[in-house]
Design a protein around this ligand. Structure first.
Ligand code: AMP
Ligand code: MN
Length: 342
């Protein structure tokens, strides 16, 4: 594996021929199974469905399987009903394409191990679990990588494909907020808009589709928000009572974590979610050089510098102070570097 030394970002860090090999293997195989990570987000759904429509265009057989249903506001995007929801999948396929997963267990679907696996991902720390592993940390979204692949396969950018690529980029850049955006991100977006994507309509569908219950939930969460580290860290936590009072489910918490970052002083946000098993799911977001991925990786999780997560056993009262202290350090370091840069 080589270090990133050229501007042809697609092939670096994954072995020189992997991109061409993936194209060849896709073209010569017939039956594909596509999957992505549990609790899918816009990038996983967008990458998966863009890939599915491209494989359709090539005349391939395609099945899609995920562990969890997509959040409600993605349901009206084209092809969402094609995704089977299952904890186990014994489908036969000539290749399994896994997108957005640093590890096969991230799919949350069992029974996938025996397949010929094509691994396409942009999360640091990818375990290279496939027969072919294309890993590109510099991609702002996995959808950017899928875009490259689709074009290399000779498939034209239909409206459906463009919609899903744009969805992937719009959501994984935190609606063009995160530090992973490059000129290429906009170049791809430009092409999707030329193919019929309406950015205003997309933003409305993705970000302005809250239920009243969710608005109430946002109010309750922000009201209970704790500020630490001189107001640089915001701490959110949800429990079942709060969800029930607003008539919401855990799905309704999607995106809420980004709201505290709109306050100028806040450098990072941590959101604790106690799930049914008693485990605590920890989501983190940050600005600039505050590296929350490092914190996630110390707890067996992953993600990106400005958006990362992990799951640990509870109880919350034990986990919470440790993580807050660790994030305080990350903020002190990241802010220091920011000042150096200025
Ligand atoms: P979330 O806070 O769940 O929206 O996740 C933010 C980012 O962290 C996404 O890129 C996720 O794929 C990644 N991430 C979240 N939880 C985990 C985990 N347990 N293991 C690896 N990556 C994770
Ligand atoms: Mn992603």
């Amino acid at each position: 594996m080589s270090e990133m030394t050229t501007s042809s970002r697609s092939r670096v860090l994954a072995g020189p021929d992997v991109f061409e090999r993936i194209c060849e293997e896709i073209l010569r195989r017939e039956r594909f199974l596509l999957t992505s990570h549990a609790r899918p987000d816009g990038d996983s759904i967008g990458s998966q469905l863009a890939m599915a429509y491209a494989l359709d265009a090539l005349g391939k057989q395609v099945r899609l399987v995920n562990a969890d249903a997509a959040p409600d506001h993605y349901r009206e995007f084209p092809g969402l009903d094609r995704i089977e929801i299952a904890e186990r999948c014994d489908a036969e396929a000539d290749a399994l394409i896994v997108m957005e997963c640093s590890d096969l267990t991230r799919t949350g679907v069992s029974g996938l191990e025996g397949h010929y696996i094509i691994n396409i991902d942009h999360h640091a720390g990818n375990r290279m679990y496939g027969a072919l592993n294309w890993f590109d940390e510099s991609a702002a979204a996995c959808g950017e990588m899928v875009f490259d692949l689709i074009r290399a396969l000779g498939v034209s950018l239909t409206r459906e494909i463009a919609t899903h690529i744009y969805l992937a980029i719009l959501t994984d850049t935190g609606s063009f907020h995160h530090s992973n955006i490059t000129p290429r991100t906009f170049d791809i977006c430009r092409q999707t808009v030329e193919a019929g994507v309406n950015p205003a309509a997309m933003a409305r569908r993705v970000f302005d589709s809250n239920s009243f219950g969710k608005l109430k939930l946002i109010g309750a969460l922000l009201n209970a928000m704790e500020l630490t580290d001189n107001g640089h860290l915001a701490v959110l936590a949800i429990d079942d009572d709060m969800l029930a009072a607003c008539g919401c489910t855990h799905n309704d918490t999607e995106g809420v974590i980004n709201l505290p970052l709109t306050a100028r002083e806040i450098q990072a946000v941590v959101f604790f979610k106690v799930v049914a098993s008693g485990d605590v799911r920890v989501s983190m977001r940050s600005k600039y050089d505050v590296d929350v991925r490092l914190v996630a990786s110390e707890h067996g999780g992953g993600g990106h510098r400005n958006a990362a997560g992990f799951t640990v056993p509870g109880p919350l009262a034990e986990v919470r102070p440790q993580i807050i202290a660790r994030l305080g350090k990350a903020i002190a370091e990241g802010m220091h570097r920011q000042e150096d840069d200025e």
